[in-house]
Each structure stands twice: as structure tokens, then as C-alpha cells.
Design a protein around this ligand. Structure first.
Ligand code: HEM
Length: 134
């Protein structure tokens, strides 16, 4: 039985609240447009085609916020700090990364609270990814 009694508040994941897959794909697509034109960040990405990196990041964020588990089905446990170890994430890379993320978020038209939730997470996560001095 899938019926929900009248008056019951249905729990929604944050993923669903902000618009699901489409929203996360828009966010990550805009973010990678910024990366593509960034002289510091672009050379850090090992593949010439940024498409696969965009796909991995979108799937990761969708999973993190309560969407489908496709990221882990394809990639296993995220272990993000370990996966970033080969890349020199210093303060400058961190700042550039967040600049493009902020611009991408601005384009989504989320509510102030949704924006703050995502932005708080992203800024903490970015700080935790720094693995080089400078
Ligand atoms: C702080 C600055 C950051 C820089 C410079 C950076 C750079 C990179 C680079 C160069 C890659 C490899 C691209 C690829 O082939 O997938 C990558 C992968 C990835 N990054 Fe970051 N990153 C940063 C922060 C973050 C943050 C904060 C998150 C999560 C919120 C994140 C999530 C990911 C994911 C999910 C992947 C793909 C991992 C996989 O291989 O499955 N990154 N990043």
C-alpha cells in the first residue's frame, strides 16, 4: 500500500526539494563552464574532455543530497580527500573553485535557505579538500 493518510507531511529529500536531477545537472554544468575558462583550474583536470568529470561530480552531489546512488554504484565509496590527493589543491585553487561554484549557484534561483544549505556544505567541503600549502 502506497497510500499516504490525509494530513501526513511527506518527507522530502533536499535533492527533491531543490528540483532533483535537473537542478544538480544545471549547477554542475555551469560550474564546469567556469572551470573550462579558468587558467589555474583547467590544467588540473587530467582529461581533455571535461564531460566525464562533470558527470562524476553531478552524480556525487545528487547522491549526497538524497538522490539516486548511481555515483557509488559506479565509483564506490567517494573518499574525496584521497581522490583529490594527486591534484594540488592549494588556497588559490580552492578560491577559484568556490568562485565558479558561487556563480553557478547564483544561476539556479534557489530559495535563500536552500542556497545557504548548499553553499555552507560546499564551502566546508572545499576547505577540507586543501592538500597543499600556498
Ligand atoms: C577545493 C577545490 C577543488 C579542486 C581544485 C578540485 C579538483 C578536482 C579535480 C582536478 C578532479 C579530477 C577530475 C575528474 O577526473 O573527475 C576532481 C574530482 C572530483 N571532485 Fe573535486 N576539486 C575541488 C573540490 C571539490 C569538492 C569541495 C567536492 C565535493 C563537494 C569535489 C568533488 C569531486 C568529485 C565527486 C570528483 C570525482 C571523484 C571520482 O573520481 O569519482 N571536489 N576534483
Amino acid at each position: 500500500m502506497n497510500e499516504i493518510p490525509h494530513g501526513t507531511v511527506q518527507e522530502q529529500t533536499f535533492y527533491e526539494q531543490v528540483g532533483g536531477e535537473e537542478t544538480f545537472r544545471r549547477l554542475v554544468h555551469r560550474f564546469y563552464e567556469g572551470v573550462a575558462g579558468d587558467p589555474l583550474l583547467r590544467p588540473m583536470y587530467p582529461e581533455e574532455d571535461l564531460g566525464p568529470a562533470e558527470e562524476r561530480f553531478a552524480l556525487f552531489l545528487m547522491q549526497y543530497w538524497g538522490g539516486p546512488r548511481t555515483y557509488s554504484e559506479n565509483r564506490g565509496h567517494p573518499r574525496l580527500r584521497m581522490r583529490h590527493a594527486p591534484f594540488a589543491v592549494d588556497r588559490a585553487a580552492h578560491d577559484a573553485w568556490l568562485t565558479h561554484m558561487r556563480a553557478a549557484l547564483d544561476g539556479l534561483g534557489l530559495t535563500e535557505q536552500q542556497d545557504r544549505t548548499l553553499w555552507t556544505y560546499l564551502t566546508y567541503a572545499a576547505a577540507s579538500m586543501i592538500n597543499r600549502e600556498g
